[in-house]
Design a protein around this ligand. Structure first.
Ligand SMILES: Nc1nc2c(c(=O)[nH]1)N[C@H]1C(S)=C(S)[C@@H](COP(=O)(O)OP(=O)(O)OC[C@H]3O[C@@H](n4cnc5c(=O)[nH]c(N)nc54)[C@H](O)[C@@H]3O)O[C@H]1N2
Ligand SMILES: Nc1nc2c(c(=O)[nH]1)N[C@H]1C(S)=C(S)[C@@H](COP(=O)(O)OP(=O)(O)OC[C@H]3O[C@@H](n4cnc5c(=O)[nH]c(N)nc54)[C@H](O)[C@@H]3O)O[C@H]1N2
Ligand code: SF4
Ligand SMILES: [Mo]
Length: 661
């Protein structure tokens, strides 16, 4: 019997980017574990990924190319050969390009796999063809907007071990990035650091925090303004730092002046005393870190929220101290963009917002219309805002859709051709991270299952069919991937241990001589970026759709173990709201949104604050029915910089019928 341990890394869209070791016995992966030597992973994988091999070997895994035989969206397909699939795609694309120009082709991908080959190898093909480009984000676009203003929002998370106060602002770290928790515990142990959670839900993270402020969703910008007001009033800010770095301190003072703790407390649903206490903690601790999640960015005033948090860390001068500042995301030195080689295509091509697929597919004025859509690493039929518009668009008869996937997802069910992709156990790849400073290598542990192919192979095969001969389209995987590496890291460095730390310099606006505006854009009436604050209307509730502990967005929503652990689509309702709406525990509720309804079983729990209901996880129409797909209710609304406002969902609740009947 042969037994081998193969080094790899978890490709999922998660801030931890764990290094893993796969045990292979007689050609089959029999177990997975975290790399004990990796400073973030520390030997542990999460509840989702500890048996990742079950995903590679799943009975419903796509193992051959497929052609649709029934109506779009219904899931009737027949297996075809790779030759048939590649010929069909090449001839359909040629027809589209001849009739309407190459910009009628739209590539659409996100972070289903974070590997640079799985993400970007195919983009070389689309650039060479002259397809439309894409921009935008379906995740945390709001905080990216502050980089445009010169504000930092990133540093090495290992430094958090040095922090004296850790404000976990709208982040459920024990579910979504639990390998970061280690450094928080170290700060508690070594420096007596306090941990504060600001979240409308009593999450796993809130339960482990020293203080929990159960804020009304969408009102964080007001809380941050009140904190700034108290810090200035009580002289708790770092006046010398602020004077040198901030250009408009007096304007900020005037902007936050209306937000007394009492007025902010009424808007945010918090006790004024708690707001004061938090401001004093923030004023006293050096360094303090505000560690923001993605949830609170996903509202109409998400950009104001990001500006307001940054203002607090600048006022406090926290950036001058290791472990202090605003932490939203964090990246190693790693040039992912270099992999796709956009420059091999024609300049001046149009770019489509990848978070507005519904609009792109339904916009009749778009010239040329999108006629050829290719999707990989993404399940837009579940996760995009206004997902019914996406379904309508994907149903168009004149749209030729290719989906590259591991499973027959809701999106794949709309495809004309589905291509089977290798999983991380079956291909070589390298990746950066969005939550730390390590670059990771993934070696294939087993050959491709069935007829699955890596995206590098699919790109090269399609390029040959299409007669494209640019040298970038015949490079091998190792050379394609190497384009992302910084000059001081070689593939051999990565191969020796599986990962390399490549830290960019720590940002400190004072040291770099930056002069920054900290204006929030919050009007005295609470309007921010033109969006009003959420109204407190007792009849209506706000629906949150946070990350599930056992899913990764909509990934794993088809896997038996993960589904059982997640216990199906459930709506969490506070006892007061349940009573006033006549809802019983376990009964089905009708969740009425602006344009669609959901039907979900109720769980009565004090883990959500009154006025808020929550549904964990992204469920597929194919497995749980259209009335479990929450993004049918997510409005077609974006912040000015393009953040989808998934969290601005207002619903009415009523009992449907008893689940037992
Ligand atoms: N287990 C698991 N891990 C994941 C993922 C997953 O699906 N499952 N997804 C990955 C991805 S893509 C991402 S982006 C990250 C996201 O990581 P997080 O940001 O931690 O995840 P979210 O659940 O989106 O939001 C965090 C918290 O914000 C709260 N929240 C919602 N609205 C508001 C608000 O208006 N104000 C405040 N203060 N809080 C609010 C929610 O109740 C939630 O507990 O997680 C990654 N990791
Ligand atoms: N209402 C609401 N909507 C949300 C969110 C929310 O919290 N609430 N969160 C938003 C956020 S933060 C994000 S990041 C997005 C996430 O949205 P998506 O990026 O679409 O995330 P997933 O649903 O996990 O879909 C990823 C798909 O990639 C596939 N995949 C994985 N690896 C590979 C591979 O190697 N090759 C190929 N071809 N496919 C692969 C998986 O099988 C899966 O179907 O959703 C957003 N939408
Ligand atoms: S999903 Fe995140 S926490 Fe889980 S193994 Fe992957 S990188 Fe690690
Ligand atoms: Mo995300």
């Amino acid at each position: 019997m042969s037994k081998q341990e193969i080094r790899g890394c978890c490709p999922l869209d998660c801030q931890d980017s764990c290094a893993w070791i796969a045990t292979v016995e007689d050609g089959r992966v029999t177990s997975m574990k975290g790399d004990p030597d990796h400073p973030m992973t520390r030997g542990v994988l999460c509840a989702k990924v500890k048996d990742y091999e079950s995903r590679a070997y799943a009975a419903d895994r796509l193992l051959t190319p497929m052609r649709r035989t029934g109506p779009k969206g219904e899931g009737q397909f027949e297996p075809i050969t790779w030759d048939e699939a590649l010929d069909t795609i090449a001839s359909r694309w040629r027809g589209i390009i001849e009739g309407h120009g190459a910009e009628a082709l739209m590539p659409l991908h996100y972070l289903g796999s974070m590997g640079v080959l799985q993400r970007f190898a195919l983009m070389r093909l689309f650039h060479a063809l002259g397809a439309s480009k894409t921009h935008g984000d379906v995740c945390g676009r709001a905080a990216q907007s502050i980089a445009q203003l010169g504000h930092p929002s990133s540093f090495d998370p290992e430094e958090i071990a040095e922090s004296r106060l850790i404000v976990l602002w709208g982040v459920n770290i024990l579910t979504t990035a639990h390998h970061h928790w280690h450094f928080i515990q170290q700060a508690r142990r070594e420096h007596g650091a306090e941990v504060i959670s600001i979240d409308p839900r009593t999450t796993r993270t809130a339960l482990q925090s020293d203080m929990h402020l159960a804020i009304r969703p969408g009102t964080d910008v007001v809380l941050a303004a009140a904190l700034g007001r108290i810090m200035l009033e009580e002289g708790l800010h770092d006046a010398a730092y602020a004077e040198q770095v901030i250009t408009d301190l007096e304007a900020y003072r005037a902007e936050v002046a209306p937000w007394t703790p009492e007025r902010a407390g009424a808007v945010c649903g918090l006790a004024p005393g708690d707001i004061r206490a938090l401001a004093r903690k923030l004023g006293a601790a050096r360094p303090a870190v505000i560690r923001s999640g993605i949830g609170p960015q996903q509202t109409a005033n998400g950009e104001g929220y990001a500006r307001a948090l940054s203002a607090l860390t600048l006022l406090g001068g926290h950036w001058a101290h290791k472990g202090g500042g605003l932490f939203v995301e964090s990246y190693p030195e790693f040039d992912e963009g270099a992999v796709e080689r956009a420059e091999i295509g024609p300049a001046g091509r149009r770019s489509l917002d990848l978070s507005r697929l519904g609009q792109a597919l339904n916009d009749e004025s778009l010239g040329p219309p999108v006629l050829g859509l290719t999707v990989w690493n993404m399940n837009p039929a579940v996760i995009q805002p206004d997902v019914e518009a996406v379904w309508r668009g994907l149903s168009r008869d004149d749209l030729f859709t290719v989906v590259i996937e591991h499973f027959m997802t809701d999106t794949a069910r709309f495809a004309d051709i589905v291509l089977p992709s290798t999983t991380q156990l079956e291909h070589f790849d390298i990746q950066g991270a969005w939550g730390h400073h390590y670059i990771s290598l993934n070696q294939p542990a087993i050959p491709p299952e069935g007829e699955a192919r890596s995206h590098g192979d699919i790109m090269r095969a399609l390029a040959r069919r299409l007669g494209l001969d640019h040298p970038a389209l015949s490079e091998d995987d190792a050379s394609i991937a190497a384009a992302a590496l910084p000059a001081h890291v070689s593939m051999a460095d990565l191969e020796s241990r599986g990962w390399v730390k490549a830290s960019p310099p720590r940002p400190d606006p004072l040291a770099s001589g930056a002069r920054l505006s900290i204006s929030i854009g919050l009007a005295a009436d609470g309007t921010c970026d033109g969006a009003p604050l959420p109204a407190a209307d007792a009849a209506k509730l706000r629906l949150l759709t946070p990350k599930a502990h056992h899913f990764l967005n909509s990934s794993f929503a088809n896997m038996a173990r993960h589904r059982a652990a997640q216990k199906g689509p459930v709506l969490q309702v506070h006892p007061e709201d349940a009573a006033s709406h006549g809802l019983e525990d376990g009964a089905l509720a009708l969740v009425k949104g602006e344009a669609a309804d959901l039907e979900v079983a109720v769980e009565i729990t004090e883990r959500v604050r009154p006025g808020v209901v929550a549904m964990d996880g992204k469920w597929w129409r194919a497995t749980d029915g259209a009335r479990a797909v929450a993004n049918r209710l997510a409005p077609a609304r974006w912040t000015p910089y393009g953040q989808p406002a998934y969290n601005d969902i207002i619903v009415e609740l009523s009992p449907l019928r008893l689940a037992a009947e």
